[in-house]
Design a protein around this ligand. Structure first.
Ligand code: FES
Length: 176
């Protein structure tokens, strides 16, 4: 049993049980989601372990990661702030909104804040074109959507996430 399998044994067995043994490669997406859940990216070791569990080549698993924009093989911010700047949103001010967030975070598009908390990036349509500016935050194993935003409301979301990280760090220090 490899390291990834040992770490998530119960969850992996539950996922694999949903598929006939001869079709276990169909479990690749849920296993990748599991690998990404804790630290928001899939490490090379996890990639190799998933390939071994599913009896697939590492290249095949990596191609799934490469195809889907919600899977990541690079360790970046704990929270990915993904702002739609596609044309319909751009017409409602998404580019100015995106620039305001970048300025507040002190990074440019695709950049990560020095504390490792936020990566900000532009994405294509998030299916809320009429409610732009719109962004999603991917992190802590979930995706949250925010619509009809202003720079001020978005900064409140960012401040709340920052505060959550501060509180967690305090509790860890208290427990140590
Ligand atoms: S173009 Fe931005 S949500 Fe559709």
């Amino acid at each position: 049993m490899n390291a990834f399998h040992a770490k998530y044994q119960t969850e992996i067995e539950q996922i694999l049980a949903k598929y006939p043994p001869e079709r276990k490669r169909s479990a690749v997406m849920p296993l990748l989601f599991l690998a990404q859940r804790d630290d928001n990216y899939i490490s090379p070791n996890e990639l190799a372990d998933i390939a071994e569990i599913l009896e697939m080549s590492v290249t095949d698993v990596a191609s799934v990661v490469g195809f889907y924009t919600l899977f990541y093989d690079q360790h970046e911010g704990r929270y990915r702030i993904q702002v739609c700047t596609d044309l319909p949103c751009a017409l409602r001010g998404a580019e100015t909104f995106f620039e305001a967030l970048c300025k507040e975070l002190g990074v440019s598009s695709g950049g990560t804040t020095p504390d490792g908390l936020f990566t900000i990036e532009e994405v294509k349509c998030l299916a809320a074109c009429h409610r732009a500016p719109v962004f999603q935050v991917q992190g802590d194993g979930e995706i949250a959507y925010y619509e009809n935003q202003t720079a001020e409301t978005a900064l409140q979301v960012i401040a709340a996430l920052r505060e959550k990280a501060v509180q967690e760090a305090r509790s860890r220090e208290g427990a140590a």
